[in-house]
Design a protein around this ligand. Structure first.
Ligand code: FAD
Ligand code: SIN
Length: 513
């Protein structure tokens, strides 16, 4: 353990939720933003389809709410759904103020809105099929233009600093691994978790490498409640090259008419759901998975060859390029696709302003769970949630008392029994763990596979102790998913129990659903 640093607001993460928070805080606060790799390696920068918002007079918040509840199997937090979706038009206006140039209709009068699965209306504001990149670049430029915001690349938080004072628990910073491997104590008046998702806990994922669930693991260890961890959403159409996920093929492609087919050309989605290719994601993912299993396929095909080349390159330059890089001409060839781990619907329980169970600790974006998504996220609702939560958390921070210096040093003395960090690398365990998660906690789950995975995770946790904090965080996040999946014995949304009617599954009946 080395030097101690301090700041007014420590933001762990540098994606959209982090930057929306930072840019909404007043300039007299010093803000330090951390990211595990480089600043571009985050889901926000990789987002394709766009951001959902009611912007068309023919649409309404009520209809958007209804679509969100249907996708989420009605176990969403209805107040959170209403409050977040009602703020969507303001969130889009704020992004435009920050310099995001959303695509316009041909006559330039209003935003061009596209459509995605589960949406009954066109309501996705976008920048071609590279929305995330455009948003992330604009916000990064705005952050870099402000001297009170500092971004630290290759700085990984490994543990939250927290302590019990009177009857409440307070967070006052984090232990952070520096690029040279040393660990520093970073004290903060307010700490914001914006660490994103956990898709990389599975062997096939659309997520960037830092998405290993660190935030939810650190928060759970610090005593925060977590919620809905069993609901890991699989995106139906990740590009498949040599049996590996090679990138995302945006759902907007199906929104604009792409069809799912078997290798013999047969269209199969209508056999599974009347909404066909535009059914919510969990349904399309399960349908593809079932077809692949039934016919022993490594992937199915997504066909947009009915659209002319010029239209494809104008509307989907990102997908066209991604496929061309792998030798696929989407104007003439169908795209090999299969479902891959994509989004964590659950996470650290938080209000829509990011408040958690710990004083001075906020969780924003994908790491948090407001209940907006319920059992399965409606496409393009998550970038929206990042903006709404980031702006809301900034308001709370601005009007709340920070943990002061004297309190911080007292708390630090009390919590200095730090883990011994030899930073051992146990990467083979991470790989086996990801394979196990894919097989036993993936699209299909049952009691036997989940229990076996839980036992293995437990054994690794005992063996490793605190010797490798990064791996410990992975194991903790997997354990949260697997144990939540064991408790929910019936299928719901993105969580499918193949044994839901068997006696064995009933041994883990949840206390509440
Ligand atoms: P991220 O943008 O993932 O940022 C997380 C940050 O935390 C990163 O900077 C990372 O380095 C950092 N971090 C992680 N762990 C640590 C640590 N221990 N210490 C320090 N830093 C850490 N949603 C939509 O609404 N519309 C879309 O079109 C869309 N398309 C998508 C396409 C893809 C390929 C993917 C993967 C996701 C997509 N999503 C989309 C989901 C959406 O992009 C994410 O939910 C959202 O960007 C999450 O933002 P975030 O700020 O919470 O996290
Ligand atoms: C996509 O473009 O298909 C991803 C949209 C999302 O994850 O919300």
């Amino acid at each position: 353990m080395n030097d101690t640093r301090s700041t007014d607001v420590l933001i762990i993460g540098a994606g959209l939720a982090a930057m929306a928070t930072a840019l909404s805080l007043p300039e007299h606060l010093q803000i330090d933003m951390l990211c595990k790799g480089n600043v571009h390696e985050c889901a926000s920068a990789w987002a394709q389809g766009g951001i959902a918002a009611v912007l068309d007079p023919a649409d309404s918040i009520e209809v958007h709410v209804n679509d969100t509840l249907i996708a989420g199997a009605h176990i969403n937090n209805k107040d959170a759904v209403r409050d977040i979706l009602a703020q969507a038009p303001a969130a889009i206006a704020w992004l435009i103020e920050q310099g995001v140039a959303f695509d316009l209709q041909d006559d330039g009068s209003t935003l061009h809105l596209t459509r995605e699965g589960g949406h009954s209306q066109r309501r996705i504001a976008h920048v071609k099929d590279r929305t995330g990149l455009a948003v992330h670049e604009a916000l990064l430029r705005a952050c870099r233009a402000r001297t009170h915001i500092r971004i630290h690349e290759s700085h990984a938080a490994i543990q939250l600093l927290h302590s019990q004072t009177d009857s409440a628990s307070t967070c006052f910073g984090a232990w952070v691994r520096l690029p040279d491997g040393r660990v520093t104590t970073w004290l903060a008046g307010h700490t914001v978790l914006a660490t994103g998702g956990l898709g990389q806990l599975f062997s096939r994922s659309t997520n960037p490498w830092p998405a290993t669930g660190d935030g939810v693991a650190m928060a759970a260890r610090a005593g925060c409640s977590v919620q809905d961890m069993e609901f890991v959403q699989f995106h139906p159409t990740a590009l498949q090259i040599d049996g590996c996920a090679a990138g995302l093929i945006t759902e907007a492609l199906r929104g604009e008419g792409a069809l799912l087919r078997l290798p013999n050309g047969e269209r199969f989605m209508l056999r599974h759901d009347a909404r066909a290719e535009l059914a919510p994601r969990d349904i399309v993912s399960r349908a593809i998975h079932a077809e692949m299993q039934q016919s022993g396929l490594a992937h199915v095909l997504l066909d947009i060859t009915h659209q002319p080349r010029e239209w494809l390159t104008a509307h989907f330059p990102g997908v066209t390029q991604l496929c061309a890089d792998h030798g696929i001409d989407i104007a003439t060839q169908p795209i090999p696709v299969a479902p891959c781990a994509h989004y964590a619907c659950g996470g650290v329980r938080a209000t829509i302003n990011g408040c958690t169970d710990l004083h001075n600790l906020y969780a924003v974006g994908e790491v948090a769970c407001t209940g907006l998504h319920g059992a399965n996220r409606l496409a393009s609702n998550s970038l929206l949630e990042c903006v709404v939560m980031g702006r809301g958390a900034a308001q709370v921070i601005t009007t709340s008392a920070p943990v002061n210096d004297t309190a911080q040093s007292k708390l630090l003395m009390r919590s200095m029994q730090s883990p011994l960090l030899d930073l051992a690398q146990h990467s083979p365990i991470a790989q086996v763990l990801a394979q196990l998660m894919e097989e036993c906690a993936g699209i299909h789950r049952n009691q036997q596979g989940l229990s076996q995975t839980a036992r293995q995770i437990n054994a690794w946790q005992k063996m490793l102790g605190t010797s490798d904090p990064a791996l410990s965080n992975r194991l903790e996040a997997c354990s949260l998913i697997v144990n939540a999946a064991l408790l929910r014995t019936r299928s719901c949304g993105a969580h499918t129990r193949t044994d839901e009617n068997s006696e064995e599954s009933m041994q883990h009946e949840p206390e509440m659903t």
